[in-house]
Ligand binder design. Structure first.
Ligand SMILES: Nc1ncnc2c1ncn2[C@@H]1O[C@H](COP(=O)(O)OP(=O)(O)OP(=O)(O)O)[C@@H](O)[C@H]1O
Length: 230
């Protein structure tokens, strides 16, 4: 579904990605792990079309999307889940879900969103500001699905959340996967990552240094945690 070939990226003179190549099949959940500054967020931004200084190719379902701006990539099914959660603060949950335009190829009906996220249904008339951190994260994901994304790009969706809420975000991602949604997420929490994802890429200094499955991450958890400085 998504293919990244020989991707390099720069901030001014500083090169932050160095020839990254990876593929993700439809319906897979894949994480990017790596130390701070390894280039994970930059990689995600390049895929969405939010980073200008780069070279290499990015294809979605065989179509070269390199030259397309982010809003055109959204039409093809890429969905950016903002890490600031990005909700309209004064609007209700239902308004936050129904106001954004349906741009992607597979917009979820409101009923399916509420079926998948009963916690949001329970808070449907509350203003977004009244939601807990976990509920806001849920709303951010639900909005992108409602807008029609088929491939979610999530930058540390569990950052700053309590263990209980981390569990809820995991449940959401599993729900999304069950509905055939593909996910690429940046994640430092290895325990969480192995609970939701199929595979993992380890990034170091702008390069993919390892591709691992869940059993490998689990068996090397100590080593990886110490490498990540966690
Ligand atoms: N707007 C920017 N301008 C200049 N340099 C940047 C900018 N954003 C990131 N960088 C640098 O690019 C490198 C990669 O950053 P990136 O955010 O992609 O890493 P990361 O792996 O996602 O780490 P983190 O978890 O800290 O966000 C880092 O050295 C960072 O300091």
């Amino acid at each position: 579904m998504l293919r990244v070939d020989d991707l390099s990226a720069w901030y001014g003179e500083a090169q932050v990605l160095r020839g990254v190549s990876l593929t993700i099949d439809a319906g897979e959940v894949v994480t990017l792990v790596g130390r701070n500054g390894a280039g994970k967020s930059t990689l995600l931004r390049c895929v969405m079309g939010l980073h200008a200084g780069r070279s290499g190719t990015i294809t979605l379902d065989g179509r070269d999307v390199d030259r397309l701006p982010a809003h055109r990539r959204a039409r093809l099914g890429l969905g950016w889940v903002p890490d600031d959660r990005g909700a309209y603060a004064t609007l209700s949950v239902t308004e936050n879900l129904t106001l954004p335009p349906k741009v992607g190829p597979d917009p979820w009906p409101l009923e399916r969103v509420y079926e998948a996220f009963p916690a949001l249904y329970a808070r449907r008339d509350s203003a977004a500001t009244q939601l807990s951190g976990g509920e806001q994260q849920m709303l951010a994901l639900a909005r992108v699905l409602r807008m029609g994304a088929r491939l979610l790009l999530c930058d540390e969706p569990t950052e700053g959340l309590s263990p209980l809420l981390v569990g809820q975000v995991g449940e959401i991602l599993r729900q999304a996967k069950q509905h055939g949604v593909t996910v690429l997420l940046v994640e430092q929490n290895l325990h969480f990552a192995t609970g939701v994802a199929d595979r993992h890429y380890l990034l170091a200094e702008g390069r993919i240094v390892e591709a691992m499955d869940n059993s490998e991450v689990r068996s090397r958890e100590r080593e990886l945690l110490s490498y990540l400085g966690i």
